[in-house]
Design a protein around this ligand. Sequence first.
Ligand SMILES: CC(C)(COP(=O)(O)OP(=O)(O)OC[C@H]1O[C@@H](n2cnc3c(N)ncnc32)[C@H](O)[C@@H]1OP(=O)(O)O)[C@@H](O)C(=O)NCCC(=O)NCCS
Length: 177
Amino acid sequence: MDHLQPYQGILPSVGKHCYLDPSAVLVGDIQIADEVSIWPLVAARGDVNTITIGARTNIQDGTVLHVTRKSQNNPQGNPLIIGEDVTVGHKCMLHGCTLGNRILVGMGAIIMDGAIIEDDVFIGAGSLVPPNKTFESGFLYVGNPAKKVRPLKEAEMAFLKQSAINYIDLKNDYLQE
Ligand SMILES: CC(C)(COP(=O)(O)OP(=O)(O)OC[C@H]1O[C@@H](n2cnc3c(N)ncnc32)[C@H](O)[C@@H]1OP(=O)(O)O)[C@@H](O)C(=O)NCCC(=O)NCCS
């Protein structure tokens, strides 16, 4: 698969039953767990640090994933860690941040270095999450800069998991093509 490219001899590693669109470009030290889907025109570069994508997560069209290198002031740099059952909407930018499980990142959102998004968080479309902020489990955040709006409703909490299931079903259809 030529959309998987090595950097310094390291190729992305891909789990079982994943769907990687042929137009996605994935470079270097990227660990992709089982049942993940990566949609058209995603660009992910695990070159100057690592990217980890947890099981059943979907990364939608046009999203960019990148990381920050290690330096004297920042000895670990900023890897990008994305948990399980996460939906990353169309055209997002996730840079050197850490996401827990069952998160929805709305379309066009930007999450910057060192930000931590706890489990079960909904981030509204077009939001900007500044560096090193922590977003608390169970809340909706919206805006630029993104602010806590309210606790998630029961239906929204359920949708976080359902969205991941929907994308597993969809990628299974694509795998049949
Ligand atoms: C934030 C969101 C969850 C709606 O939440 P809600 O509580 O139902 O909000 P409402 O639609 O009732 O709108 C409440 C206010 O927030 C505003 N608003 C809604 N979404 C917003 C957003 N993403 N950013 C900024 N403001 C937003 C509305 O304009 C409204 O403002 P007003 O009170 O001045 O009229 C939704 O708009 C959203 O962003 N969903 C993300 C969808 C997505 O990207 N999915 C991924 C695709 S796969």
